[in-house]
Design a protein around this ligand. Structure first.
Ligand SMILES: [Zn+2]
Length: 347
């Protein structure tokens, strides 16, 4: 021990003890500032006092000692820093390590949409009655969508409020009825077909979507009468909604059928007592139908003197809502598993 007062060594020893005891990087940085801070560090301050030593040799000697002590403290700090960093990354790895013995969460199977389930059930029921499934284009000619199903230019249903036009001649079909014409032209008579498919209208609220699904049905043969229509659709309604459902027929008007009827179902919410869902009437509209207008038969190339037929159309979303008690159609398209799963399980 030459030249340097013992307090420098004591301060250095204290610094080294403190550094070894530091447990994290911020406290290590605090120690670095406390002992080695420029000018006022407890250890580095000793360099400042060197000017007071008159003898050159003694001054150089003390400077060497203080520098050595500072160097040792720096080494200790660096070593401790490395050690802390190593420990922290080991902790992190341990925390992030995957335990391969833990059983994985149970995977849940996806569900078919209630709309798909309803469409399949409808197809199954009509298949039992000998109906086959046909389809047609969703981008349709104005002529097929309107004119040939008895909605000539000027008809209110052509209002652009309701219809998405692609250009002057083409549109997104507003119903599945144009496929009636296509099927008549393609298959002639007799025929029994259903057309499940998408339709598009400029509508959006709790009971209307801009894209929705319909099932269109068409039956053409010799001697087809209103009693065939009623028997077929009642069979469908009892099969789909249950044998204890209550149904009623009401006269209606559609341009493509004559006479036209509407089939109503006793309200699924109140059972006919009257409630907000059925607008206090006790009844819910289920489908529209009627005997195919002779003009429409002729437009499809069918001999209207020899053949008669009936047609019907219903919204698949609407039927699914009635069957599953869904109040807002938009729920069917929100892909919320909390909603879809109970609907499907309850089906
Ligand atoms: Zn009701």
């Amino acid at each position: 021990m030459t030249g340097a007062p013992p307090d420098v060594h004591r301060v250095a020893a204290q610094a080294i003890d403190a550094v070894r005891g530091a447990t994290d990087l911020p406290s290590l940085e605090q120690l670095r500032a406390r002992y080695l801070g420029r000018g006022d560090g407890e250890l580095s301050a000793h360099l400042r006092g060197l000017g007071a030593i008159g003898e050159r040799e003694a001054r150089a000697q003390k400077a060497k000692v203080v520098q050595e002590l500072i160097g040792r403290v720096v080494e200790e700090i660096d070593a401790r820093r490395e050690q802390i960093e190593r420990e922290q990354s080991a902790d992190r790895e341990a925390a992030e390590a995957m335990d391969l013995t833990v059983p994985p969460p149970r995977l849940r199977r996806g569900n078919l949409s209630p709309v798909t389930l309803a469409a399949r059930e409808m197809q199954r029921i009509f298949a039992q009655l000998g109906y086959t499934v046909v389809s047609g284009p969703e981008v349709e000619y104005d002529r097929y969508n309107f004119t040939l199903v008895n909605q000539p230019p000027g008809h209110p249903a052509r209002d652009s409020q309701d219809t998405f036009y692609v250009d002057d001649a083409r549109l997104l079909r507003t119903h599945t009825s144009p496929v009636q014409i296509r099927s008549m032209i393609l298959h002639g008579a007799p025929q029994r077909v259903i057309v499940p498919g998408k339709a598009f209208r400029r509508d959006y609220d709790a009971s209307h979507m801009p894209m929705f699904h319909q099932v269109e049905g068409l039956c053409i043969d010799e001697g087809i009468a209103v009693s065939d229509l009623k028997g077929t659709l009642e069979y469908f309604a009892y099969s789909y909604f249950g044998a204890d459902s209550r149904l009623q027929w009401r006269p209606h008007h559609f341009p493509f059928t004559e006479p036209s009827l509407e089939l109503e179902l006793a309200c699924v919410a109140c059972g006919g007592e009257g409630c907000p869902l059925c607008k206090h009437s006790g009844w819910l509209e289920l489908l529209g139908c009627g005997m195919v207008h002779p003009t429409v038969l002729r437009n499809g190339g069918i001999d209207a003197e020899r053949y008669t037929g009936f047609a019907f159309g219903m919204g698949i979303e609407r039927a699914a809502m009635l069957a599953y008690g869904v109040q807002d159609m938009r729920l069917l398209y929100r892909n919320d598993a909390r909603f879809l799963r109970p609907v499907v399980v309850g089906a």
